[in-house]
Design a protein around this ligand. Structure first.
Ligand code: ARG
Length: 474
């Protein structure tokens, strides 16, 4: 009675609402390329192993290529009745080429098929995300280069702490993205394992060649346990976890962007083309993009939580719950890609207000550590020096001035170790230049960091290009 590809055992057609509830075509149709590439590799293997004839294989491959063209040209109507991308394509193939189409699913289940498609899909998207991470890193590095000598206050507890180079601050985000890139390399590796041939769960009675399929599809390795092959969603959880961490980084950067472009900070000016206004308050220029990226971080973290929760209670092997892996994954992919794209623009369009940063350094006490360090270099133990510097700050606050405004006599009355050179020792440039310890904010160190960052980008580009090349399968 049923038109389903699995309809033989049924005496009734599926309830319409149930049909719609359990179908995944609305979202898994985006894996059409992977589904077709996987089927071509499978059919080629079946023929090579003597399981189907050459004529059938030729008909299948030609039919699938035609379907790929049809989908890309918008000449394919996806049907909810056919549940998912796998059966939509298989049905269309069989309608077009007849019996040969019915042989394609030999030695295969949708359980290993969907696993294959999703592995291929994640692999391809990871390669694209890697390219976008590199672009974002380049935007940060360009900005660091452009403002390489600009000094700003560094913060702890959101209180001005010590003068730092703005470039150093940008490169801290660069460093986070280096780890994000490495995490996505790890995701790639775990997505790069070939599951096809696991069948529904236990393997197959046909003499298949899984290594051949893996090679056809540029996989690095294959699953060695069929139950694991159809149940594993680690690579999706890892993707969502890497995506969540990346979004957490972009969200921190967003928070700083929002603070910095506030009137209170006035450290940066965002490009007019990257901001929005208010329908009521004519003066407003809002950093919506940064706010949205900060907000979307929560959404991606939500997808990670959902996936972990879905998987944690599942018995082996395939359960339909696993179909829930896709919508969150796809949304996280879109969100991460879009966020990286827009944020690179925000960074490139941002103007740094050097004078405002300078003022925030000068009209404050973030050089107090340097005052203490000065005394230590003249022989005073650090604890004592800290006490004297604290007293100097207290004295200046009482007087309504900053450390730089105190006279030599005033300094000398706090400690006889002070000399004329104290004035230079507490200039912002001196404070910055002096922090020349490895990884510090000193000009020399930040220059080294910028050079190292450039080298890292070159290596990442090489990796990402090779990864992208491996995704061309048809
Ligand atoms: N649409 C399904 C999914 O995404 C494909 C696998 C279905 N397998 C099954 N035995 N019903 O998980």
């Amino acid at each position: 009675m049923s038109e389903k590809l699995w309809g033989g055992r049924f005496s009734k057609t599926t309830d319409e609402m149930i049909n719609e509830f359990q179908a995944s075509i609305d979202f898994d149709k985006r894996m059409y390329y992977e589904d077709i590439a996987g089927s071509i590799a499978h059919a080629t293997m079946l023929q090579k192993c003597g399981i189907i004839s050459s004529e059938d294989k030729e008909a299948i491959v030609a039919g699938l290529k035609k379907i790929l063209k049809d989908i890309e040209e918008g000449n394919f109507e996806f049907s909810v009745d056919l549940e998912d991308i796998h059966m939509n394509i298989e049905k269309r193939l069989t309608d077009a080429i007849g019996e040969a189409g019915g042989r394609l699913h030999t030695a295969r289940s949708r359980n290993d098929q969907v696993a294959l498609d999703t592995h291929l899909y994640v692999r391809r998207e990871v390669a694209e995300i890697e390219a976008l991470i590199i672009d974002m890193q380049e935007a940060l590095l360009e900005t660091a280069d452009k403002y390489k000598d600009v000094i700003m206050p560094g913060y702890t507890h959101l209180q001005r702490a010590q003068p730092i180079l703005f470039a150093h601050h940008m490169l801290a985000y660069f460093a986070m993205l280096v780890r994000d890139f490495a995490r996505f390399q790890g995701v790639y590796e775990r997505a790069d394992i070939m599951p096809l041939g696991a069948g529904a769960l236990a393997g197959t009675t046909f003499p298949i060649d899984r290594e051949f399929v893996a090679k056809e599809l540029n996989f690095g390795s294959i699953y060695h346990n069929s139950l694991d092959a159809v149940s594993d969603r680690d690579y999706i959880m890892e993707f969502l976890s890497a995506a969540s961490i990346l979004m957490a980084h972009l969200s921190r950067l967003s928070e700083e962007t929002i603070l910095w472009c506030s009137r209170e900070f006035s450290f940066i000016e965002l490009d007019d083309a990257h901001c929005t206004g208010s329908s009521m308050m004519p003066q407003k220029k809002n950093p919506d993009v940064s706010e949205l990226v900060r907000g979307k971080a929560g959404r991606v973290i939500g997808h990670l939580t959902a996936m972990l929760t879905t998987v944690k209670g599942l018995p082996l092997a395939y359960n339909k719950d696993l179909q829930e892996d896709k919508e969150g994954l796809f949304d996280a992919i879109d969100t991460v890609k879009f966020s990286l794209l827009v944020y690179a623009r925000i960074i490139r369009g941002m103007k740094v207000k050097e004078d405002m940063m300078r003022r925030a350094v000068e009209e404050d006490f973030s050089n107090a550590t340097d005052l203490a360090d000065y005394l230590v270099k003249k022989g005073m133990p650090f604890r004592g020096a800290h006490e004297v510097a604290g007293k100097a700050v207290h004295y200046a606050i009482e007087k309504g001035v900053y450390l730089k405004d105190l006279s030599i006599e005033e300094f000398k009355s706090l400690s006889p170790l002070f000399d004329d050179d104290i004035k230079d020792a507490i200039r912002p440039e001196t404070c910055v230049a002096g922090r020349n310890s490895l990884g510090g904010t000193g000009y020399e160190q930040v220059k080294l960091q910028r050079e190292l960052s450039q080298k890292i980008i070159e290596a990442e580009k090489q990796y990402a290009k090779e990864a992208a090349d491996r995704q061309i399968l048809i």
